[in-house]
Design a protein around this ligand. Structure first.
Ligand code: SF4
Length: 360
């Protein structure tokens, strides 16, 4: 198990729930827009928000916004150690630096001392795009071993400064290299790991790579906090991060829908029906979360081959027939209705379910 560090109100590592991070993409110098985006990320379920601090005006804006939010805030600093010092002074809950571009060891030490005095952790990031030339020559390019060696070397450098409050991130845009590098470092360090696939791309490709890259690590028991990096609105990174955690069973899904792929036996418009059910049940699921109601499994099935079986396994379900279908509740058939009435009937019975969590 990894060690624990605290990032504001969030614990990272040591068996704490895997937290979701994202990063703001508005101009940090615009404090109003920055705060609005942090609030939007929080509403979407984000646990930790990273903010780029490229100059002094951004550091000032960050300090102002810090006063307005309880969100765990990470200051992301490149090149200028003084900006890291300003962000720590402003109340950052964690600092993300790349020691390779902060400058001399002396400057890195100043940042490390300041973080130590405030009791905040530092995330050191190793990225496939910025590997040291010597390591690239030694390993013949960007390899998992090169990333792992770079990460462990960087951690060692800061540990020798007497600082242990560290989070490590290793990121490659190559899912396989990313996975292999984590398998190597997990045996070499106890520091918590921030996982993700860097520069994973536009929404469709990025989601695919992130689901495989992050999901495979989580299933292997690796990863204490995650970020889905998408060329998209950061709120979508958070929503998808949550879906990854739900899919690997690390977060409860308020409503899980199982639906069949349809085939030549399907006699209802199941594709449209499943999409409509998902859309309408999302809102009901959010409400159930707020009211602490029991998670539900809903089956939306095309016919009587697997339909009744899946529907009986679920809390509620429907199974299509010839322009009509059966409605199930807790394994029992409760109605036979026309195709048009299947989804409205399903939504109606799910809406009326007020079973509390842990209620048997
Ligand atoms: Fe086909 Fe019925 Fe299976 Fe759906 S449940 S894929 S309609 S056989």
């Amino acid at each position: 198990m990894t060690k624990q560090v605290r990032c504001g109100r969030i614990i990272i590592g040591g068996g704490a729930p895997v937290s979701i991070q994202s990063m703001t993409n508005v101009d940090t110098r615009d404090s109003e827009k920055l705060l609005a985006q942090i609030n939007a990320l929080e509403a979407a379920g984000c646990d930790i928000v990273r903010v780029a601090i490229p100059d002094e005006a951004a550091a000032k804006s960050f300090a102002k916004v810090r006063q307005e939010t309880e969100m765990a805030l990470v200051a992301d600093i490149h090149f200028n150690y003084k900006l890291a010092l300003a962000a720590i002074e402003a109340g950052a809950d964690k600092i993300r630096i790349n020691p390779g571009n902060i400058g001399s060891d002396d400057r890195v030490a100043k940042v490390v001392d300041a973080a130590g005095n405030k009791g905040i952790p530092i995330r050191v990031g190793v990225n496939s795009g910025s590997l040291d030339k010597k390591l690239l020559e030694k390993h013949g390019g960007v390899t998992a071993a090169a990333l792992a060696e770079s990460a462990i070397g960087t951690l060692g450098k800061i540990e020798r400064m007497g600082f242990d409050d560290l989070v490590l991130s290793i990121k490659s845009s190559n899912v396989k290299i990313n996975y292999d590098a984590h398998m190597l470092v997990k045996e070499m360090t106890e520091h918590p790991l921030h996982i993700g696939i860097t520069e994973s791309g536009t929404p469709e490709n990025g989601r695919l790579k992130s689901a495989i890259g992050i999901g495979s690590l989580l299933l292997a028991g690796v990863g204490d906090t995650l970020r889905v990096s998408l060329t998209d609105d950061p709120v979508n990174e958070v929503i998808f991060g949550r879906r990854i955690l739900e899919s690997v069973g690390l977060r409860e899904k308020s409503i899980e829908i199982v639906s069949c792929p349809t085939c030549g036996r399907t006699e209802v418009n199941l594709i449209e029906m499943a999409n409509e059910a998902e859309e309408r049940l999302r809102e009901i699921g959010d409400r159930r979360d707020l009211l602490n109601l029991k998670p539900l499994k809903i089956a939306v099935m095309g016919c009587v081959v697997n339909g009744p079986g899946e529907s009986k396994e679920a809390d509620y379900g429907i199974a299509g027939g010839n322009k009509e279908g059966l409605v199930f509740a807790h394994g029992e058939i409760i109605a036979k209705v026309s195709e048009d009435e299947l989804i409205p009937t399903l939504i109606d019975i799910v809406s009326k379910d007020t079973t509390k969590k842990n209620c048997i």
